[in-house]
Design a protein around this ligand. Structure first.
Ligand SMILES: C=CC1=C(C)c2cc3[nH]c(cc4nc(cc5[nH]c(cc1n2)c(C)c5CCC(=O)O)C(CCC(=O)O)=C4C)c(C)c3C=C
Ligand SMILES: [Fe+2]
Length: 343
């Protein structure tokens, strides 16, 4: 029997340093997130980052935490529940990090007789630190604990016409009562090095943008190409004015160069250029989370206003909107009935 495994990133069990620390430890010790030799990673993560970050992150989580729990987890659960109503096969939810493991979710599916699983990383774009680590982990767990099940993976859906349509519609809805001077598409950042590492040709990606519009097999795994493509497709779908839309990258850690332009610098630049009313779209995330609700909706607003901006609007992610659930349900049903996956 067929079934669906949805996987998102995961959150700590509570917004306290005690729970945030083991969560961050698992996350940052992932070799696809902090991609340095294990000894150095250990030193960096456990010797330096985890000495101070859990307290700081716990404070940020406490600002956005809901009565039911972490927004990312609660929204993913609501999405899962709705998807079950629109499909007639078992659907389970797992998280890459934290207590809602992929293993538990696969257990839930096999317990219902599932032996063919559609793995859905809940990320529109391919990055080794998001999409790829989910796929690798799920394959490891499958090989070790569930050797008799077959896994098929949903491709990164950053340019799927269905996805672009629902994303565009939700942005249009968010812009309905907001007269904007500029729309900033702020995507989660990654170190530039990850772009080079994910390039199967080893020569295509230049990171400066000169390569992103030149057709290449490298684009299948190029986060930078894919996010710019999402921005361009939404811009075209909505007929957004040239010059009023741009792309940037948020949430970097200190150290190596990350993808530019950096979102916080863009807030300042745009405000100083007289863009007084700014809308921000966070399309790297399908559900709102710490990085959208705290960093963009709260901190970003402050940064923009401090730099002279006047009106600021964070447009919510797709979350568990009926239109988005219906798109996912159509993909699942197409796979179940015809073995067809979206491109
Ligand atoms: C969109 C996909 C994501 C990519 C790519 C990504 C890369 C990446 N992230 C970190 C470090 C942190 N990210 C944190 C939170 C976080 N990251 C994503 C998604 C991507 N990360 C989400 C959805 C969230 C929010 C989780 C939630 O519970 O709401 C955090 C934890 C919070 C904090 O301390 O700031 C860290 C740390 C790296 C290093 C990285 C690529 C190398
Ligand atoms: Fe992250």
């Amino acid at each position: 029997m067929k079934g669906v495994l949805l996987v998102n990133l995961g959150s700590p069990d509570s917004p306290t340093p005690k729970d945030v620390k083991p969560y961050l430890d698992e996350f940052l010790m992932d070799e696809r997130v902090i991609d340095v030799p294990k000894l150095l990673r250990n030193l960096l993560v456990r010797g330096i980052i985890l000495q101070t970050r859990p307290k700081k992150s716990a404070k940020a989580y406490a600002k956005i935490w809901w009565d039911e729990g972490s927004p990312l987890v609660v929204i993913s659960e609501r999405f899962t529940a709705k998807l079950r109503q629109h499909t007639n096969i078992p659907v389970a939810l797992g998280m890459r990090y934290g207590s809602m493991s992929i293993q538990k979710a696969l257990q839930e599916l096999t317990g219902q007789g599932v032996d063919e699983v559609l793995l859905v990383p809940l990320y529109p774009h391919y990055a080794m630190s998001s999409y790829e680590t989910v796929v690798v982990k799920a394959m490891e767990v499958q090989k070790k604990h569930f050797p008799n099940i077959e896994l098929t993976t949903l491709p990164a859906f950053y340019k799927s016409p269905d996805y672009i349509r629902v994303l565009s519609e939700s942005i249009a809805e968010g812009l309905k009562d907001f007269e904007y001077d500029h729309i900033l598409f702020s995507y989660h950042g990654i170190p530039e090095r990850h772009i080079r590492k994910s390039d199967p040709t080893s020569y295509h990606c230049k990171i400066d943008g000169s390569c992103c519009s030149v057709n290449s097999v490298a684009h299948h795994t190029c986060y930078r190409h894919q996010v710019y493509e999402t921005t361009e497709l939404v811009k075209a779908h909505l007929g957004l004015p040239e010059g009023k839309v741009s792309t940037s990258f948020q949430s970097r850690l200190a150290g190596d160069p990350w993808l530019k332009p950096y979102t916080d610098y863009e807030f300042e630049r745009l405000a100083k250029e007289g863009k007084k009313r700014l809308a921000v779209v966070t399309a790297a995330f399908v559900s709102d989370c710490l990085e959208t609700l705290e960093e963009i909706a709260m901190e970003g607003k402050e940064q923009f206003e401090e730099a002279g901006g006047e009106q600021y609007k964070h447009i919510p992610c797709l979350n568990d909107s009926d239109a988005w659930v219906q798109v996912m349900a159509n993909w699942v049903n197409e796979w179940q009935q015809n073995e067809v996956l979206p491109v």
